[in-house]
Design a protein around this ligand. Structure first.
Ligand code: DQA
Length: 152
């Protein structure tokens, strides 16, 4: 199965950005770990980061043509604001898991609302870079079916 990891705005700055919220791991390290985890489970993982809302929308539209079977997405700030991101995720109908590094429920009020959580298969937040790994395990478990629940 092909998986696409999507990273929203400012996540290219991970490692140097607000380490009290996001830790010191870089996006490159996170992507490397995700590729390895997916590979070990027999899947392939592509990744994409953009600071531009429309580019994220375009990339998700392309995913449908590439027969991507699952999306792992940290929408970053656009999760709180972007109707376009919600609409494209609804349009492509690819199952997705939403992740955030920080505990968005414990931060400013405007971060408590996500415009994509209710249409996600699951949402993981608050575990730092591990949120991505846990989210990926959850996403892959969707492909494997309920018989393999014990693997998680
Ligand atoms: C974030 C949380 C968002 O509120 C914020 O805008 C980000 C990162 C996280 O991973 O914790 O850029 O998505």
């Amino acid at each position: 199965m092909k998986i696409l990891a999507i990273h929203g705005p400012n996540l290219n700055l991970l490692g140097e950005r607000e380490s009290q919220h996001y830790g010191t791991t870089t996006l490159e390290q996170i992507n490397g770990d995700l590729v390895e985890i997916a590979k070990k489970a027999g899947h392939s993982l592509l990744y994409y980061q953009s600071n531009v809302e429309g580019e994220l929308v375009n990339r998700i539209q392309e995913a449908r043509k590439e027969e991507v079977g699952g999306i792992l997405i940290n929408p970053a700030a656009y999760g709180h604001t972007s109707v376009a991101l919600r609409d494209v995720l609804l349009a492509v109908k690819i199952p997705f898991v939403e992740v955030h590094l920080s505990n968005i429920a414990a931060r400013e009020e405007f971060r408590h609302k996500s415009l994509i959580s209710d249409i996600a298969h699951g949402v993981i937040f608050g575990f730092g870079p591990k949120s991505y790994k846990i989210g990926l395990l959850g996403l892959m478990s969707l492909f494997e079916g309920s018989k393999n629940d014990s693997k998680l």
